[in-house]
Ligand binder design. Structure first.
Ligand SMILES: [Zn+2]
Ligand SMILES: [Zn+2]
Length: 106
């Protein structure tokens, strides 16, 4: 049985945004359900939606690139490739609402 991860405390701007607050609530529910059902991975969909929302609406609040992070290195080397900037932003946005070990998976 998977445990519910210890989620970081989201920054205040996320609670101030109705969409972010909605996704944070959904994510908490999804993680709790996933912990009880091995085949339920609704939290993944929620993570993707929230990361995409942060990248498009809160780009200025997304952290800079991580130190010692394989995905960041990957994105940095391909930064000129079209569309990569958005994916990179979404990757960094995951840090705002996921524990580091989960955030760096995508
Ligand atoms: Zn928001
Ligand atoms: Zn990274």
């Amino acid at each position: 049985m998977t445990r519910v991860p210890d989620l970081p405390v989201p920054p205040p701007f996320m609670w101030a945004c109705r969409e972010c607050a909605h996704f944070l609530t959904e994510l908490g529910i999804a993680f709790t359900l996933a912990a009880g059902h091995a085949l339920y991975d609704g939290s993944v969909r929620c993570q993707l939606l929230l990361a995409a929302h942060l990248a498009s609406r809160h780009a200025g609040d997304v952290p800079d690139r991580h130190q010692d992070c394989a995905p960041c290195d990957y994105y940095r080397q391909r930064a000129e490739t079209q569309g990569i900037e958005d994916l990179w932003l979404e990757h960094r946005a995951r840090d705002l609402f996921l524990p580091a070990e989960d955030a760096r998976l995508l």
